[in-house]
Write a protein of this length. Structure first.
Lengths: 93, 246
């Protein structure tokens, strides 16, 4: 069955995020004075096949370990959904 | 009887998006008269080279992270085997990023702290004996080389940084013209001013600056040649037969 993993890769706490800091400064200069922090990252939507949720979870964990996140600087978290649970407009071609 | 030694044979690895390979080949081939060969990333053989260059650029478009995809290029298995056997490998700029992603050097290179791409001349302090690539230089000497990068901020955890320093593996630091390592002289926010490191065996060097862009007076400086000449000297000191070990 088909699965969609939404993988969020972000910088580890303690790793400076100049992009997030710059965006935070931009928001504050627009008048959003209460913004105290922005952390940037990337979102990867991965569609793939796996027999069951355990296998799918293990696959995503391995994708993150081998390629998607560099453990020196990044952490990855993800949400996994079976394709049938996707909303119409979220389903990927 | 006079013993003559063949000119060093340098393999310059070319990934899709590499941009400094011709400069390296020009310096090795035309300026120094060495044998320089381009090796496409999809190859699996380094052709019996004495030394390997991973040049600067944007391998595989730097997608995902700098060096993240290049690490899986077929040639990298040969580069790793060559490095593990003690062969000299230099990664400059994007090549340094590839070496870190491949685990041949510790740490990572992230976005410059000011977010700007920096293309400039930069002074560097030789911080320790650099083995195969910097062995001809003395600690405390100052080099002037170009830098050209947007993601050159070296980071690693504190334990790794301490270990690198304690073992003398931080070989180049960003400095001012007098050789003083200061925050003002640091062009990208690298932790502890680190511009270049080596592996424990000191045959693998990663550095953000571009030695190949400072090898002729016409382009503004020749300090880069000192790194090539250090390698030449190191190769000449290896036992006969050891140079073409792969």
């Amino acid at each position: 069955m088909r699965w969609l993993a939404e993988v969020h890769v972000s910088l580890r706490p303690g790793i400076a995020d100049p992009e997030g800091q710059t965006i935070a400064g931009g928001l504050r200069s627009l008048g959003f004075a209460s913004v105290s922090q922005v952390r940037s990252g990337k979102l990867l939507r991965i569609t793939f096949e796996a027999d069951d949720s355990t296998t799918a979870e293990a696959s995503v964990a391995e994708m993150c370990r081998q390629l998607l996140a560099n453990p020196v600087i990044e952490v990855a978290t993800w949400e996994l959904r079976a394709d049938a649970m996707l909303d119409e407009d979220e389903a990927l071609p | 009887m006079m013993l003559t030694r063949a000119a060093p044979r340098i393999a310059v690895v070319v990934f899709p998006g590499t941009w400094s390979e011709r400069d390296f080949a020009h310096v090795a081939g035309s300026v120094l008269g060495w044998d320089a060969t381009m090796v496409w990333h999809a190859e699996t053989d380094l052709g019996g080279a004495d030394a390997v260059v991973l040049p600067g650029g944007f391998a595989h478009g730097d997608h995902l992270r700098t060096g993240a995809i290049a690490r899986f290029s077929p040639i990298m298995a040969a580069v790793r085997a060559f490095a593990d056997a003690g062969g000299p490998v230099i990664g400059s700029c994007n090549g340094f990023q590839v070496l870190c992603e491949a685990g041949l050097l510790p740490g990572a290179l992230v976005r410059n702290d000011h977010l700007q791409f920096r293309c400039d001349w930069q002074h560097l302090r030789v911080a320790a004996d650099g083995g195969a690539w910097l062995g001809g230089l003395a600690a405390g000497e100052v080099l002037r080389l170009p830098i050209s990068h947007g993601e050159g901020r070296y980071v690693a955890d504190e334990a790794t940084l301490d270990e690198l320093e304690a073992s003398g593996r931080v070989v180049l630091r960003y400095a001012d013209a007098g050789g003083f390592v200061t925050d003002a002289a640091n062009p990208n926010g690298s932790l502890r001013g680190i511009a270049g490191i080596v592996n424990p065996a000191r045959n693998v060097l990663g550095l953000m600056p571009h030695p190949e862009r400072a090898a002729e007076a016409e382009v503004g400086g020749t300090d880069g040649l000192r790194i090539f000449r250090s390698l030449d000297r190191w190769l000449s000191e290896q036992p006969a037969g050891a140079e073409r070990r792969l």
